[in-house]
Design a protein around this ligand. Structure first.
Ligand SMILES: Cc1ncc(COP(=O)(O)O)c(C=O)c1O
Length: 343
């Protein structure tokens, strides 16, 4: 089976399992888990940040991160297809009492002029524009990287208007691998960010919220509020430490596999994939040029052992990761060619 549904399907490596089995642990609720502490220190160093806090999922990371930057009644400027707008059970509204205000973006990149003109005047009857939130890489925009110059421009306009800048960096190591920009440079431009261990880095559980000591103190409190404070969490943190040691440097392989997959499909049917838009490990495929609906295409390939998700109108999404080899990509391409009658 070639499983291209998501990089979240990755399973822990033997090294991670060994580290988990032998991890030194304590009660993290009481601040006594040495492995969790080591993970925080490692992340702080890597991201050049004052503090960080481990949470069970990317969704909880976005929830406590955005809650730490907002008050009820605030508005968060964001991209149209931000993960937290569509896939996080409206947590910003339901739990933070803030509202998202999606702006038109160009593959996940916001125009500073649009941001400036979206900032509301300080009148009692208006929401208070408080945060601008971006995603890097942008999942629903096909793993697009936020160019560092655009991020600097966004920082500038945020400062001019007193906005806080939040980064959903679930796949920040993919962005860093593709752009060559260190994660610390991305982090320095934000007022708070998160990233995930349980996607391309292959750890079984967890995400990290990263930023200033003040931001993390608030995020930590909200983590408790939402039931995300854990006990002998070092068992999970141990796998995350191995992920940082062993999985970051190999992400380029996933990107090369995604490019090869995109090129192979584009060669089968013109217009199905824009190869130039494949910057990291996500490939968006338009199914109309293939003569299928997304559902029928996904069903046909699943029958042949190649799995992926339908993703919005006329599109399926394929994600490469550590558990799909270059050989797996060739198998997927053969099966796709078979379905298209081109084998
Ligand atoms: C960009 C982005 N942010 C947040 C999340 C949420 O992560 P989790 O599934 O761990 O809750 C995802 C999940 O795929 C994502 O792609």
């Amino acid at each position: 089976m070639v499983d291209l549904r998501s990089d979240t399907v990755t399973v822990p490596t033997p090294e991670m399992r060994h580290a988990m089995a032998t991890a030194e642990v304590g009660d993290d609720f009481l601040g006594e888990d040495p492995t969790a502490r080591r993970l925080e220190e490692r992340v702080n160093e890597l991201f050049g940040a004052e503090a960080s806090v481990y949470v069970p999922s990317g969704r909880m990371a976005n929830l406590v991160g955005l809650q730490a930057l907002t008050e009820p009644g605030d508005e968060v400027l964001c991209t149209r297809n931000a993960h937290f707008v569509h896939y996080e059970a409206a947590a910003l509204a339901a739990a933070c009492g803030a509202q998202p205000r999606p702006l038109l973006d160009r593959r996940g990149v916001l125009d500073p002029e649009d941001v400036a003109s979206a900032v509301r005047p300080p009148l009692d009857h208006l929401p208070r524009t408080r945060v601008v939130a971006i995603e890097n890489t942008h999942n629903q925009e096909g793993g697009a990287v936020y160019p560092i110059d655009d991020l600097r421009a966004l920082r500038k306009v945020s400062d001019e208007h007193g906005l806080r800048l939040y980064l959903d960096g679930a796949r920040i190591f993919n962005a860093s691998t593709a752009s060559g920009v260190p994660v610390s440079e991305y982090c320095a431009l934000t007022d708070g960010m998160m990233f995930c261990f349980s996607k391309g880095l292959g750890a079984p559980v967890g995400s990290m919220v990263v930023g200033s000591a003040e931001f993390i103190a608030r995020a930590r409190r909200f983590r408790k509020l939402h039931g995300g404070g854990m006990r002998q969490v070092g068992i999970l943190a141990a796998a995350c430490l191995v992920a940082l040691d062993t999985m970051v440097d190999r992400l380029g392989e996933d990107h090369a596999n995604a490019k090869r997959l995109a090129q192979g499909i584009a060669a089968l049917r013109e217009g199905a994939v824009n190869v130039d838009e494949v910057e990291t490990n996500i490939v968006m495929v338009r199914t109309q040029p293939l003569g299928f609906t997304p559902e029928a295409f996904a069903e046909e390939l699943a029958r042949r052992g190649v799995k992926f998700f339908t993703f919005g109108p006329g599109t399926v999404r394929m994600v490469t990761h550590k558990d799909v080899s270059a050989e797996g990509i060739e198998i997927a391409l053969e099966q796709i060619a078979g379905v298209l009658g081109a084998a």
